[in-house]
Structure formats: C-alpha cells, structure tokens
Write a protein of this length. Sequence first.
Lengths: 414, 414
Amino acid sequence: MKNLVGACMFGQSGGPTSVINSSAAGVFCEALKQKNITEVYGAAHGIKGILNEEFYVINEEDPKELELMKYTPSSALGSVRYKLKNYEDDPTDYNRLLEVFKKYNIRYFFYNGGNDSMDTCNKVSKFMKNSGYDCNVIGVPKTIDNDLYGTDHCPGYGSAAKYIATTLMEINLDAKVYDTGLVCVIEVMGRNAGWLTAAAALAGYKGLGADLIYLPEIPFDVDKFINDVKGVCAKNGNKCIAVVSEGIKTKEGKYVGEFTASSTDLFGHAQLGGVGAMLANIVKEKLGVKTRAIEFSLMQRCGAHLASKVDVEEAFEAGAAAVRFAVDGETDKMVIFERQPSKDYKMKPVLMPIEQAANTEKTVPLNWITDNGTGLSQEFIDYALPLIQGDAKAPLEDGLPRFAKLKKVLVNKK
Amino acid sequence: MKNLVGACMFGQSGGPTSVINSSAAGVFCEALKQKNITEVYGAAHGIKGILNEEFYVINEEDPKELELMKYTPSSALGSVRYKLKNYEDDPTDYNRLLEVFKKYNIRYFFYNGGNDSMDTCNKVSKFMKNSGYDCNVIGVPKTIDNDLYGTDHCPGYGSAAKYIATTLMEINLDAKVYDTGLVCVIEVMGRNAGWLTAAAALAGYKGLGADLIYLPEIPFDVDKFINDVKGVCAKNGNKCIAVVSEGIKTKEGKYVGEFTASSTDLFGHAQLGGVGAMLANIVKEKLGVKTRAIEFSLMQRCGAHLASKVDVEEAFEAGAAAVRFAVDGETDKMVIFERQPSKDYKMKPVLMPIEQAANTEKTVPLNWITDNGTGLSQEFIDYALPLIQGDAKAPLEDGLPRFAKLKKVLVNKK
C-alpha cells in the first residue's frame, strides 16, 4: 500500500457499451482533482496505444466535454482486442510497457473492460510488481454481457438490458398488430452467459414481452423449440415472439449459430446470417407461418439514447472509486459492486483481487430459469429491475444527441 | 357541405408507426368534445372490424389512457391490409358497410393510413356519396415512408427519421472503435421512396453519419457499389458505413433484394436475409474486409422511445383537424400539411381531394441527391431537420415505458 505521486494512464478495451465512456469520465474527473496525480493520460486503443506511445493528454480537454462523455456511447479513446502473451513466452510487450511507464512516470494504471481485458490488467499488475516498479493498478469492470465474476453486476449491463426490454415492448405491440399470424425470432448478444437475453423477461414483467426465451445456459434442442413455438401459435392465433441468445448451444456444446456460417446448415437449408434468421427459417418451413428474424446487433450495446440512469451513474462511480482506491494505496484489484442489504436498491463499490476477475465467466443461475427452460423467475426480475431505472442521455442539438467531442491532443504532440 | 349529427368511426390501416396512435388520440379527443358526434367508435383492424361489426366504444375509455396513446407505438386498435374491390366487380363489402353505418348511425368516417389505405377511404367516400347516405369522410395521413402525394410530409416520418439518424450516430461511434477495418451495411425500410434512407444524411450533418447512402430513386449497380466502398476503405483504413434502402433496384427495375429470396442470388452466393446482408457478403468476398450487416427492421417504425415531439404533436393535430373539418361539413378529403413561409418552422393542416392521395407515391426529388448518387444535399437537411425536433415519449414505470392500456369495450358487448 503505497501513496504514489505521478501520472495516471487509463485505457478502454473490448467491445464498447453505452456507458464505458461514463467510467472514463469518472476516472478522468476524479484523477484531475487528485493532487498526487500529476498528469492524466487516456490511451488510444487501450494497451496498444501505450505500446505505441499514442495517448491523449486529458488535462487539455474541456471539462464540459468530459461531462458529455457520460452520455456518449462506444469507446471515445478507441478500443482494442489484444491479448498479452505470458511474460515467460515473450517479454517484449512487458519491457516496452515498463519503458513507457518510466518515461512518463506513470504511477497509476486503470484498465476498463471485461474478462479478457482484466486478464491484460492482471498481467500488467503482476509484471510491474515483479519488476519492482511502483504503480497502483486497478481494473474497472465493463461488459454488457454481465458475466464478470465477483461483482453483483457490471456497468454496461443495465443500459443494454433497458434497450432490450424497451425495444421488445415496442416490437411486441408492432408484431401483433394484424389479425394474421407472425412468428418473430429475435437474436440477442451474449456468447456464453444469458444475462442479456434474460432482459427480455423485464418486458414480459410489463406484459409486453416474449412468449419464449432461450438462454445459452440450457442446451438448445431444435425439435423442442419448434414444438414450443407450435404450442404458442396454437393458443395465440399463430402469433409468437421468441428471443434467443446468439450463444445457444446444442447438448453436444456446439453453437447453434455455427451451423449458419456455411452455405448449408445442419438441417440442409441454405443459410447466411445469425442463429435467429436460421431458426425463423426453420419455423417457416416446419410450421408454414409467416416469420421475421430481428437482430438487435450493435444497437443493444451502443443505444445510449436508452441508457439507464442507474447504470450511467454507477459506471461513473466505478471509475471515480478506482482512482480514489489507487490514490489511497490500493493496487492489483478490480472494482466490484456489492448490493447493500437495504429495502431500497443501494450499491457500494468495493475491491476484489484482480486475478479472480480475469477470464472467469458468471452465468445466469439455473434456478432462475423456469422449468420449461423458456422463461425467467421473479428472482431475476428482482435482481435486474433496479439496474434499468431512470433516463440519462445526451442533450439534444438539432433534435439529435450532442455527444462528447474530445480534442485528443497526443502526448508527444503537446 | 352538411352539418351532420351522428356517430363517428375511426380505423387504423397499413403498417404501424410510432405515432399512428397519436392521430387516433387526436381524432378521439376532438370527437368526444363535439356536440354533433353522438358516439365515438374505433374499428378493430380497420375496415375489417367494420365489416365484422367489431369496434370499440371509445366513450368508455379513460381519458388518461387516451392521452398515453400519443406515446404508444403501433396501432392500438389493430391494423389491417385489406384492399376493397371495385364496386362494379363486387358490391358485397360496400353493401355491408352501408348496413353497419346505418345500424349505428355513423355520420363521420375517419381512416388513418398510407397510399393503400387512402384508396380504401376514397372508395368508401365515393360509395357513400353515390348511395345518398350522408357521411363526412376524411382521411388522416400516416406512413413512415413519407411517400403520400400532396402533403409536405406524413405523420410517422419524423419519428422514424429521428430513430434512423440517432441510431446511425451511435453505430458510427461503435463501428469505428477498433483500429482494424469494418464495413457496415445498414438496411433501411422503404420500397419505392428513399425518404427513410435519406434520413441517414441527418446523422452525417452531425458528423456521425454514413459514408455512402443509396436510395431507390437511383438505379443500383453492384459494381459501382463495390467501387464506392473500396474508395472509402482506401481513405479510412478499411472503415466504411453504407446505408441502403431495402427498395434499391437494378437499372432494369428489379429489386436487388429479390435476388436474396432464393438460396442462390444472382451473383451465385448462397443467400438468406435482406439486401443489406447480401451486399455485406459481396463486399466481404470482393474486398476481403470484415463486414457487418444491420437491419433496422421493425424498430425504425415502432421505436416510440425516440419519437420526435414535432411528429407526435402534428400526428395528434392531423387527427383533431380531420374531426373539426368533418364537423364543419367537409367530406371526401384528406388532411395534408402545408409548410408556412416563415423563418421558424410552422405547419398548417389543410385539405386535399382524397382521390389525389390514393395510390400515388411521392419520391425524393432527384436534385436533392448528390451527383455521385451516394449523398443528400443541404435542401434535404433543411426539409427534414425540423421534423425530428424534440423528445416526446411515454412516462417511465419501473424504468420502462408506460404505454396506453385500452379497455376495448366491443360495441355489441356494451
């Protein structure tokens, strides 16, 4: 536990979310206030930007634009998917990082991302420690997938869940407007954890949800799926809304979506597109009803106009708390959220050893999935509903969002 | 011009929009205030509901729920696609309509929809006139496609345009987040008119739009498209966003999307899905870059959480004005919007003979499309920007929209 004086470096990594920039704003606003932090840097494209000595001087930015980052989706500094090799296999990147850290006297390092990014953060942390270079390293959690171990939930999830639930309610009204049948198959992100797909149940809680929900936690069987749809159609005049995770797998553990990659899928149908499109096609063929496949695609992770206020504020707080913890001497940890045992929803940022976060996936508890495997229990609603509360979005300019515009002054061009 | 006393009937027809219920609210709220209107009915599934004597007694509804209809997407009464035959070919439906109109003393008929619906409205109007049955008939315009003849624009367009522009801005930030290449092909609705696709230019006006925009007004050439994408990629590190209308056609007039319906398209690729997916696939194959196809699907027409305040209010006013005109003795007309020659945007509802609206399509003026055929001029921005101003959405309940809940008391079950 050392109180260090020096510059701080922040990087964004992995898939963007609606609120990853809110965490950045949290880090920047708090760091700019700290006396022990001499300079605030934001890495262009995460760890790659540090390796390439491409990072921005945040002290040069307009505070108003930093405030607007709270409501600006995606990763304003640029993101990266870059896996650091193990030091033993190849020390090149590590030595370069140390060189850059020394050159700019970087004594605080904050990295914002999901499982893979926390693996990077963990490796950097352990390497700096082993090198005897004093640098407090804190991970800031982020992922729409909500699959980080140890934390009650992840910044980014609430807003994505709100997007999915709200949009599903609207689609529910739209898709049922004619007195003729229509089966909608909606595909939601999430390769191994079903948290995002489960958010469809929040729309159901408001009476405008999906008839069937399929998470990757439960092995997917096409024949059962067709039977499920058939059952709903029989009751509801051939109207059915099914929401499937892109990550649904057969009982053999193979992604159902993988069968769509080639021109012919496992059922012999010509194919292109996601698992939703494939399943809609099978329904059409087997049941002879009209179908429509819908993918929430990038919109579910960047739909900041539908961000949850709770999520925006917690994401900011996760970043700000990381800085406060580091300045207080904490290192080698990740910020996590602890739900407080109170009547009203209350969340507290605490710390967890970072190696616990790296590469571990938290999935939806099986006992939160209803017996038929196509719905979520009240426990899930109670868990998720507080996370989607309130609106928080960019101010309008000409009727459109006014997102943050950063100057992005490069450190070596200052 | 007769001042009639009797019941009024309102029906919703064609594809839903974010604000068709706002027009319904306008009709209902105004009709309930009028002394000459004895009863207010809403047809279940448009003209079909009248033929089947299935319509709701709006007088029974809670005024608060009627107010919430302004912010509730889709068609709350149910919609229909039903083409009335010509009277000379088959008078059955017409005779049945007259029977129902007489039974309930329906003296006002309002029909809300696009080209096809106005054809229905026109036929009903002419038939009632020829039958000597006094009934004032007024069409209320509606279509996200914005392709109705005679009116400056259509209720529904502004909100869909706002959805497209806002979402495109967010996708722009998301898709360019890595320092690796990505070509996004986004498919937007609109079979013959490019108004919706053109809305992408509003995002471009804010600096976060598409690199290339393809409207159905300009014949589509796949080789030119690939060359256009290649040119953008060369300049922007293989990053490119192209927005295409679902209705783009070859110079022979065949929908490009039609080639995707079979398992093999005209280029010999295995296919399923829309024209966007097909084009993304061709880009991937020809240019060897990463691609992503995105469809705005139903969301663009039912995304009421992103509705334009101007659109919501104008849609309401179109309905209310229709009632006022009819009570004043007008008939056989459709409400249209006339843009007033003032510095600030101002719109006035006026009337047009309904036969002019039926089955005519208004497309984007060719001189508003830039010379390269992939962009829109400032004239379009000046035209469209006032239509997307302001936010107007349903209040939140549990963090999700509280949409209208109608009692829907059927007339013969009252």
